[in-house]
Design a protein around this ligand. Structure first.
Ligand code: UD2
Length: 348
């Protein structure tokens, strides 16, 4: 009886210890970032009037004066939130001054990948020059250029805190391969060079130029850009991969939007997951003798259907120069140039 009591006491003590540890694990992190000063208000309620949390995603350091936001006035011609409640970024849906002020204090750095293989090197100069004028101006940006013609990379003067690294990649006889290989190179870049050196990454087509601000409003976990060619269409018209044999398959009646392969990004770890998944699915397809309709763009669309982006950028963020501007497009921020595919691609 004595022994049994001793055992029971030990078990109770162990359980109590376990509960204590679990409690500590759950509540300790909040104690680290939030400190409360309890005060009695005139109504007799307690208020927590001092909240110290520089880790808060939208922590405002400065006492900034900016236009009062409204929840009853704003854009009515476009949808600014997805059904899974991710913001859709349109001109007029955000305050750039406020966002820049919030992110300035976080000391963030952004990596941007761009591929210029074969004759596509001709687009690099304008891409970089216009990026200096519009892409995360005032922030730390590191461009990673992948090319088979490193000697032809143009010298473009960059602002302080911005730099460029060139990596050599083999050329290819098939444009499809060049385009698709990007996922593998992005995955390797994150693995080998970017960990602990960048917070966000954007992967962009080189045959494009910036025409307007692309900045902190675009930051998010997983960021997708809506393709300018299909955003008014029914999803049955989206050029998803439609053969069930492919790992990029999207069934009829499925799919949210049609996203661009020419621009996507987000937090490093999110883009790493995207790139490694698309790469391994692409390789699995190759083993089965199938290439998705729009290469990595098809795999990206499949990925984003299953793993919804946490921020969606409107077609302002990748327009096409040959398309007349639709009325809901108040600004074109980034746009693909008109090009003669037969002249610049290694194959047709
Ligand atoms: C679309 C996508 C592109 C990609 C492709 C399908 C947009 C605006 N564009 O563009 O991202 O998904 O369909 O594979 O969403 N490249 C070279 N050298 C070459 C060929 C391509 O460097 O010889 C690189 C370059 O960075 C280029 C990118 O691959 O910007 C995409 O190729 P593209 O622009 O020829 O593909 P396109 O216009 O069909």
């Amino acid at each position: 009886m004595q022994l049994l009591n001793g055992k029971t006491v030990t078990v109770i003590l162990l359980l109590a210890l376990l509960l204590l540890v679990v409690y500590w694990y759950i509540f300790q992190p909040y104690r680290d970032v939030v400190s409360f000063t309890q005060e009695e208000t005139t109504e007799g309620r307690c208020t927590a009037d001092v909240i110290v949390s520089v880790d808060h995603p939208f922590h405002l350091e400065d006492h900034l004066q900016y236009k009062q936001p409204s929840i009853v006035q704003g854009r009515t011609d476009v949808v600014t939130v997805t059904p899974w409640l991710a913001p859709v970024v349109w001109e007029g849906s955000f305050n750039p001054v406020l966002l820049d002020s919030i992110y300035k204090h976080k000391n963030i750095s952004i990596a941007a990948t761009v591929f210029a293989v074969g004759k596509y090197i001709m687009f690099l100069k304008k891409f970089l020059e216009t990026a200096e004028q519009h892409f995360f101006v005032g922030f730390k940006v590191h461009f990673y250029v992948f090319t088979d013609r490193p000697n032809e990379v143009p010298q473009v003067k960059m602002a302080a805190g911005r730099q460029l690294t060139v990596s050599s990649v083999p050329s290819s006889k098939r444009w499809q391969e060049i385009s698709a290989r990007r996922m593998e190179l992005i995955q390797t870049l994150i693995e080998e060079k970017l960990r602990n050196h960048a917070d966000y990454i954007f992967c962009l087509d080189v045959d494009s130029q910036f025409h307007g601000r692309w900045g902190t409003e675009s930051l998010g976990g997983l960021v997708a850009v809506i393709h300018p060619g299909y955003y008014r269409d029914d999803r049955s018209k989206f050029p998803y991969e439609r053969r069930p044999k492919s790992k990029a398959y999207v069934a009829p009646g499925e799919g949210d939007f049609y996203y661009c392969g020419g621009a996507f990004g987000g937090l490093l770890q999110e883009v790493y997951l995207l790139a490694s998944t698309c790469r391994s699915n692409f390789q699995a397809d190759t083993k089965e003798g199938i290439e998705a309709a729009w290469q990595e763009e098809s795999h990206l669309n499949r990925y984003m259907w299953i793993n919804k982006p946490s921020k969606v950028l409107s077609p302002e963020y990748l327009w096409q120069d040959f398309k007349p501007r639709n009325p809901e497009i108040h600004i074109i921020r980034f746009s693909g140039v008109v090009k003669n595919y037969a002249e610049i691609r290694p194959n047709v």
